[in-house]
Design a protein around this ligand. Structure first.
Ligand SMILES: [Zn+2]
Length: 199
């Protein structure tokens, strides 16, 4: 296992700017019986260790193990936490006293972006895994609205920190409307990637 380029540096940027770092992750492999919560926990431990080497710590982790057609009855549910549902974000906000309006979600799936939209959190689409994103595009891309698109977590962090600085220096509320590049551009780029992928 390895960290994606810019991941640790991006998280460090956000932490330095005063953001809490929270992971919200769908892990329906548990519902499908392909992994156990312990397996997921072991992966989390590895990520924690890799980030620790770079001096970065995640503040909290939230998982959804459910799936509507789960093999295991325990996890078979139409839950409020499986993204694009906003449950994990809302729970994190409640439990940790987080202001969603001042928060950002960085994700690489349109279901992430839609979950953020539904929670009132600005969303940055991370185009690190275009093949995965393109596959998912048909289901949620039309509905989801990305605030920005970035190639790496470091680039995403820079956009977020700059936006935060602008609103703080002006004393204005957080910028809520999509800036550059906005959701439509993100979708166009996604479409282009899809076309490239099928060439
Ligand atoms: Zn769930």
């Amino acid at each position: 296992m390895r960290l994606l380029p810019g991941a640790a540096a991006g998280l460090a940027e956000l932490k330095n700017a005063g953001f809490e770092l929270i992971v919200v992750s769908n892990q329906s492999a548990v519902a499908r019986g392909l992994a156990t919560p312990e397996d997921v926990s072991a992966i989390e431990d590895k990520i924690v260790a890799l980030l620790a080497k770079k001096g970065v710590a995640i503040d909290s982790w939230y998982y959804c193990f459910h799936h509507p057609s789960a093999k295991l009855e325990k996890w078979r549910a139409i839950c409020d936490c499986r993204k694009p549902a906003p449950g994990m974000l809302l729970r994190a906000a409640k439990e940790r006293g987080i202001d969603l309006e001042r928060s950002f979600l960085v994700g690489n799936m349109w279901s992430d972006i839609l979950a953020a939209n539904r929670a009132g959190v600005r969303a940055v689409m991370l185009a690190t895994t275009p093949e995965k994103t393109a596959l998912e595009a048909s289901s949620y891309a039309d509905e989801a609205e990305a605030w920005a698109i970035a190639e790496t977590l470091y680039e995403a962090a820079k956009l977020i920190v700059e936006a935060e600085k602008r609103s703080v220096s002006r004393g204005t509320p957080p910028e809520v409307s999509p800036t550059v590049p906005a959701g439509q551009e993100a979708r166009d780029r996604n479409q282009n990637r899809k076309r490239q992928a099928t060439k």
